[in-house]
Design a protein around this ligand. Sequence first.
Ligand code: SF4
Length: 498
Amino acid sequence: METYSNKEQIKDDLSRLREWSLTFTRDYGRLPAYHIQTFGCQQNDHDSEIAAGILEEAGLVPALELESSDLVLFNTCSVRANADDRFFGHVGRLKPMKQDGRPIIGVFGCMMEQLIHRDTILTSFPFVDFLLGAGAMEVLPAAILDTLEASSRKKKTLDLTKRDRDAFAEEMPVRRTRNHRALVTIMTGCNNFCSYCIVPYTRGREKSRPFEDILEEVRRAVDGGAAEIMLLGQNVNSYGNDMRRRGEESPGFPRLLEEVAQVPSLELVRYMTSHPKDLSDELIRVIGTSPKVEPHIHLPLQSGSDRILEKMNRRYTADHYLGLVRKLRDSRPGMTVTTDLIVGYPGETEEDFQATLWLMEEARFDAAFTFIYSPRTGTPAAELYDSEERDMIQERFERLVNLQNRLSLESNQKIIGKEVDVLLDGPSRRDPDIFSGRTRDDRLVNVSFPSMTSLQADPPDKNALIGQYVPVLIEKAGSFSLEGRLDKKMDTQDGADI
Ligand code: SF4
């Protein structure tokens, strides 16, 4: 297997790609443009940020639209069947666009770690130029260069998914989607093998990133304007275990979280995802006593039935889970708890489902990501899937969603009339005059600025507030978001008084 860990080699590839960009600019009178379509989780979002960083370092620019791209990348997800289907739909639509070898099309991410999907691309979408494995961003410059070289010869899709490497891709340039919310990977892979999940087969075993490298990236991100850091890993609670198993020294996740929270000028540290079986009392202490650690936890439950939890290989009971929620809420009064729930795991009975509903009421989740079980080829649970039960599962799903919508609404209603800090992300999708953002406890808020535009002839630039925490008076609550308005006079960065 080719190892792709030589940093000099990566630098060399980048500089050769830069030369290609210069030649392209001379030939076409414009800079080469790229487009990245990302499916799936925040880890994928972050891999796409690294891909964008690499491409911009090499002289490419983001395309204004897909049709004007010279390079199109797809970052795929294989956690749910609908992401697979959407990806194939998108890639198929590129075929008529491809002329004289442009755009170059590359596919990477979790789907490319599965032979079945690679074979589909190789046989049904031969106009795709190259395939890369999940998170293999350091191979990207070489893949583009290999494609350019191959384009003068007989063409076939280059399968580079077996190129392995040692380096954490975060050592590559990063083009952050939002500078004020920086994603920082602390580990990759997963050792847990939950019976429904494809991730250990696509992302491999757990590998922790060195402690100092993480802190260094956090400091750089904060210097670059990050108010919030999101520490990413499939199971952050097992951070460092792999190093300690190899006899290397490594502090665990509680210590990492504590250290990151102390980085000067950082407002808040978030983390995702936390496996309940590895949530220690020490971590609960850190969450409870560090004001800069978010007053929120995402703690996937999946099912409230011990029988189903065992079949899922989750290695905790409903009782243990509920005990954790109580300890967390005691340690940090008012903190929010969100979760993931799967309905219709193979063999789930009405009694199992009722246990999930009961636990949801007991835990009073503030929000939940709810899913109908989706069989993933290669996982143990997929063998047990019975598609005949689809109607019954759909009916259960609706009951579960209705319950969670009520719980989420009740949680959000509790903060009507309160002033909360909201980190503003920018104009909302529906109305450019309404900005969206998130509270420290991770609630989505749509913020209006009622008086400032109507009373001032020359209104201040609201965009100056993007990336800042602002005080917001909450006026309305729904199940998925809150509505509020900027609460008091405050200064923008350029000194305008709002
Ligand atoms: S903990 Fe379970 S659900 Fe999460 S990534 Fe690992 S195997 Fe998948």
